[in-house]
Design a protein around this ligand. Sequence first.
Ligand SMILES: Cc1cc2nc3c(=O)[nH]c(=O)nc-3n(C[C@H](O)[C@H](O)[C@H](O)COP(=O)(O)OP(=O)(O)OC[C@H]3O[C@@H](n4cnc5c(N)ncnc54)[C@H](O)[C@@H]3O)c2cc1C
Length: 465
Amino acid sequence: MYRKVDADMVEALRQIVGAGNVLVGTEEMEPYTHDHVVGLRANPEVVVRVTSAGQVAEILRLARRERVPVTPRGAGYGLSGGAVPIQGGIVLSIEKMNRILEIDKKNLMVTVEPGVITGDIHRAVEAEGLFYPPDPASLDSCFIGGNIAEGAGGPRAVKYGVTKDYVCGLEAVLPSGDIITCGGKLVKNVTGYNLIQLLIGSEGTLAVVTKIILRLLPLPKVQIDLLVPYDDFEAAADTVSDIIAHRIVPTTIEFMEQDSMLAVERLLQRKVPYDDAKAQLLIQLDGNRREAVDADAEVVSELCLQHGARDVLVAQDRPTRDRLWEARRMIIESLNHESPINHMEDVVVPRAEIPVLLKGIKEIAARQAVRIISFGHAGDGNVHVNVLKDDLPEDRWEALVPVVAEETYRLTLSLGGTLTGEHGIGATRRRYLPLALDDAQIEVMRGIKAVFDPDYILNPGKIFP
Ligand SMILES: Cc1cc2nc3c(=O)[nH]c(=O)nc-3n(C[C@H](O)[C@H](O)[C@H](O)COP(=O)(O)OP(=O)(O)OC[C@H]3O[C@@H](n4cnc5c(N)ncnc54)[C@H](O)[C@@H]3O)c2cc1C
């Protein structure tokens, strides 16, 4: 279906981006063969590092003319195989488009290129007393362009929403080579269809994003973090929905099982707080008035204790806060260390259904006799379900993963939830799309893809079954 990249094409790419930005050797292309999905790899035929929208446009025109697939790539921190070039062809890396172009304090907007590390945006705007809330746990590695393409979330989604809630403007290059500018430094905009929201979460299948305008908030003045250990897994799960029902909206409510804490300890080779608790909640509250945040923290602490929490550990300063969050941020690495072969789901349910979901996942683990560790953003209904191979035989593991995945999805869907809250469909979940979306919806989506990319050159093999 696609043509191979030949020597003439490599030369044409060198003319566009300069020889130093075209990689063809197996060794130098190796980092571009995978993202953070365990076990998923594919070789690109060439990697091109771009520095401008104009270069992206020329490459897409060339690729379309020659019928060669193009896989846009950010930092490769994705968890659904989106940046993996499963059809070969060109990997188009935006790693060199990494400038923060402007922090506009009058309009509370920041303009960035897509290759800026998300955490660098946080630090740059916070130095000006401003705040960009979306905070994927990978924020010190992933790029803002990847966040846009995946519709990334993070712990603060409970109160502040996710990436899509902050994007006011995008510049993007269509597969035709046309460069479009959508929106701007505008808080309101209903001019035509909302292409910004269509491109967010489109996983690099519709266009390559080359510039982003994000809305900012004033940096909250007060923050309190609570670490809450429980001797009973279900009591911790029940607390999550009860806090929300009490009309207090914390910044985050993260849920961690004991097994995930023990895995972190084994990786760090030292103890983490309350490692003997069956489950922990990590709750953050913020605001501008100390008394108001303290009052909310008191109500939340009381609710936790009413649900049987063993204790409530409070952090008001940065070093204590970092200590409380250290273990949470290390969970994914620790589980990879614990069982290098594993499988992660990213299901999301209405928040009140969190206890039912977590209990149901425990039942799946027992039924299938496999170790499953759940953790994540329980306050917004989004749970990461990690299935560990441990020492299961290869053939048992191969047969087990689709069964556990499908049982988890069916449980989630029965609760009014869906397949993925923030990691995307990508290459790994596409076969399950029809479980969540009816034929009519998938056909509309296929139609949208065909309008943007009639020759199917942009990130083929993603999203659609
Ligand atoms: C330890 C760890 C923790 C994580 N925590 C979170 C979390 O809390 N919340 C969360 O949402 N995710 C999380 N993730 C997943 C991941 O970090 C996010 O999906 C992130 O948005 C990926 O960004 P990236 O730059 O690495 O993108 P990549 O993996 O390089 O690419 C992801 C997708 O975006 C497309 N893409 C990249 N750049 C562009 C562009 N400029 N234009 C068009 N398409 C583009 C690619 O084609 C691909 O489909 C985590 C991952 C890890 C490994």
